[in-house]
Design a protein around this ligand. Structure first.
Ligand code: SF4
Length: 358
């Protein structure tokens, strides 16, 4: 069956023209899917019964389904999704005081093999379609507070979003459509390890925000920790792109830095990082590494995290330490989707510290 969640209004109108239905019917369907988050054609009461039956016989809204959900005491919910071909991905619901955010995946696995990342350790399976990206978001919204309390959608789950640019663009375009969720682009945050051509292109054409997963202050260390991306897009070029970032960029860039004990958590690394970031309008998020079996890496001591922060702050940098969310229910990103339960189709699920290391 064909799913309809990733068709834009123009494409739905073309489909409906083939049914001899007027264009406004396509807009009605679009609003049911994207504004009212309704997946059941029979509930779309302003569509004629015959059309609803026709759609129900040959189409569905989305094939994505939640396989497991794990909830932490702080309200964080981590989900494992099963895709139509059996692949598993993760997404996380993150409650804040007033708002909530969603962290979603853009690929099943990831080809970039960052050494601190459980998703990278699984290898690359495939890109997600826009339908699969939206399926995660809309399923989570079904059990979330009203959408006016949606803070951010974070492309920080499994995968490198900018290696899947066309499906990412389509998902963003549908999320921001004024007849759908009508999400402000500023509420969309794409985390990238630094796929330079796509980062430049997307920054030039949209008003979404970016988080840059940097994790090392120099090319040598970055090549050790992030061999996939550093080999192709070396750090000096990435830093120059960040210095030249469009002047109309909303606010500051976010630099993500996973702190790994004995690897990149020294005072020397902090000072070198600040030097590398000179001229870049960015705040820094420090993320203590969340170890996973087989990585051979461990979390930094708390005192070193604080010292790292102090060194950056002493140079006037805004620096946050990201507290682990939902650590009680799951470990590192990419780990839950790779569990036996998720792979075997049992009821259960996965999720990751949103964007922590993705
Ligand atoms: S950290 Fe991000 S880019 Fe690196 S392997 Fe993990 S998902 Fe891929």
């Amino acid at each position: 069956m064909n799913d309809l969640i990733s068709l834009n209004r123009e494409e739905l109108r073309e489909l409906f023209a083939g049914f001899s239905e007027p264009p406004f019917r396509a807009d009605q369907l679009f609003q049911w899917i994207h504004r009212k988050n309704t997946w059941d054609f029979s509930a779309m009461t302003n569509l004629p019964l015959a059309l609803r039956e026709r759609l129900g016989a040959a189409y569905l809204v989305s094939t994505v389904r939640i396989e497991r959900t794990l909830a932490a005491p702080d309200g964080t919910r981590k989900h494992a999704f099963r895709l139509a071909d059996g692949e598993a991905v993760e997404a996380v619901f993150l409650p804040e005081r007033k708002y909530f955010s969603l962290c979603v995946s853009s690929q099943a696995g990831c080809p970039l093999a960052c050494v601190f990342c459980a998703t990278g350790a699984r290898g690359f399976r495939r890109h997600l379609s826009a339908a699969e990206i939206l399926g995660q978001i809309y399923l989570l919204l079904k059990n979330a507070p009203p959408v006016d309390r949606l803070g951010n959608i974070l492309f920080m789950g499994m995968g490198e979003p900018l290696l899947n640019p066309s499906e990412l663009r389509r998902a963003i375009s549908l999320l921001t459509d004024p007849q759908g969720l009508a999400l402000s682009p500023r509420k969309i945050v794409v985390s990238t390890s630094g796929i330079i051509p796509e980062l430049k292109a997307l920054a030039a054409e949209s008003r979404i925000r970016f988080a840059i997963s940097l994790n090392a202050p120099n090319p040598e260390l970055r090549k050790k920790l992030m061999p996939g991306v550093e080999t192709k897009y070396p750090l000096p070029g990435l830093l120059q792109v960040l210095r030249d970032f469009p002047h109309n960029y909303p606010g500051r860039l976010m630099i993500e830095y996973v702190l790994i004990r004995g690897e990149n958590d020294s005072g020397k690394c902090a000072a070198e990082l600040e030097k590398s970031l000179r001229g870049i309008r960015a705040r820094v998020n420090l993320i203590p590494h969340n170890p996973f079996p087989g990585s051979g890496l461990s979390s930094p001591e708390n005192s070193r995290v604080l010292r790292f922060q102090e060194i950056l702050k002493s140079q006037g940098r805004i620096v946050f330490i990201r507290e682990p969310r939902g650590a009680e229910i799951q470990a590192a990103c990419g780990q839950l989707a790779g569990t036996k339960k998720a792979e075997s189709g049992e009821q259960g699920a996965k999720g990751e510290e949103p964007g922590a290391e993705g």
